[in-house]
Design a protein around this ligand. Structure first.
Ligand SMILES: [Zn+2]
Ligand SMILES: [Zn+2]
Length: 329
């Protein structure tokens, strides 16, 4: 089969590889679509991944069942969760794989075939096309939906989304769909414009006047919620400056730097801060219902490439001038 190999330092190539074999409890999937995620870029720009890639958002057909697999049939259409738990603890029983103490993850899905644990597969309704399914069963919409459930209070009206990569754009689309007034912020013109198309009331390019402009847009008080989707020193600092007294900052962006000071950032203005990672397997039916209720997730997709052109797709994505990018074997 053909697979994408991330060869490191922002290069990639298509190689021939043996199809993986499903072990006990696993299935082999024939990939229908895979999506590029911003979280893959660290691997792509850095050391790469010998023989494979960071792809972890995909849909396809089950074509081989490993020993002990029940509840899935050959040729069944499924979306997959890349994160999976032990399958035995209380969190796994509730579909919260990310909270399992032995949670781990799978990648290498930018390939004609990939292997995944059967309990990571969500069967797809017949009337759900591949493209929306790729977003609805993976972290493309999963992170925005998981985030939305943490900020579902009726008194939240204005939300600033700091950073308009695919996760930020997903938050814009979903929060606008849910009736919030959304203000998007990024440093790339393309993304600022695209956020408006996805429902942002206002979308602005970050510069030295950002906080002044956000205060003007929120009657001088700040936003009820700021979702940081960039994980940068500046975006984290700006998130706390842009939130109102008693408001909430949600972290979607990844950062391992020590950036926060409790007195300055939390105590004096009584700010709430919420961490948010990936989504729960149990939330997939809720996301499919959002699509049934009219959430047009396909609007997040701006580019489609055959798998053979995946290296060019990654180059384009890396420049920041795309929404969600889909690959098709
Ligand atoms: Zn992802
Ligand atoms: Zn578990």
């Amino acid at each position: 089969m053909k697979t994408l190999e991330m060869t490191g330092k922002a290069t990639a190539r298509i190689i021939e590889a043996d199809a993986p074999t499903p072990e006990h409890g696993e299935v082999l999937i024939q990939t229908a679509r895979s999506a590029i995620c911003g979280s893959e870029m660290k691997t792509y720009r850095g050391a790469g991944l010998a023989g494979g890639n960071g792809g972890h958002e995909a849909v396809g057909n089950v074509i081989e069942l490993g020993d002990g697999v029940t509840g899935l049939a050959l040729s069944q259409r499924v979306g997959v969760s890349a994160v999976f738990g032990c399958g035995q603890c209380a969190e796994c029983a509730r579909g919260r794989y990310t909270w399992c103490k032995s949670a781990t993850s799978r990648s290498r899905m930018h390939a004609e075939q990939f292997v995944i644990h059967a309990r990571c597969c969500s069967p797809l309704p017949d009337d759900l096309p591949w493209e929306p399914a790729t977003l609805l069963t993976g972290d493309g919409l999963g992170v925005p939906w998981h985030t939305a459930k943490k900020i579902d209070r009726a008194d939240i009206e204005t939300i600033v989304v700091m950073g308009l990569g695919p996760i930020g754009l997903g938050n814009v689309l979903l929060q606008a769909h849910l009736g919030r007034r959304v203000i998007g912020v990024d440093i790339v013109d393309y993304r600022v414009d695209f956020a408006r198309q996805l429902g942002a009331d206002v979308s602005i390019k970050a510069d030295d006047t950002l906080i002044d402009r956000l205060m003007d847009l929120t009657d001088g008080d700040g936003a009820d919620v700021v979702i940081d989707c960039a994980g940068q020193r500046a975006s984290v600092a700006n998130s706390f400056l842009a939130v109102r007294r008693g408001g909430t900052v949600v972290f979607n962006g990844e950062s391992n730097e020590e950036l926060l000071a409790p007195s300055r950032d939390f105590n004096r203005r009584e700010i709430w801060a919420v961490g948010c990672w990936y989504y729960f397997m149990s939330e997939v039916p809720e996301m499919i219902q959002l699509w049934r209720d009219g959430l047009n997730v396909t609007r997040m997709i701006t580019h489609r490439f055959p798998l053979a052109e995946a290296p060019a797709a990654f180059e384009l994505f890396d420049r920041g001038s795309t929404g969600k990018v889909l690959l098709r074997p």
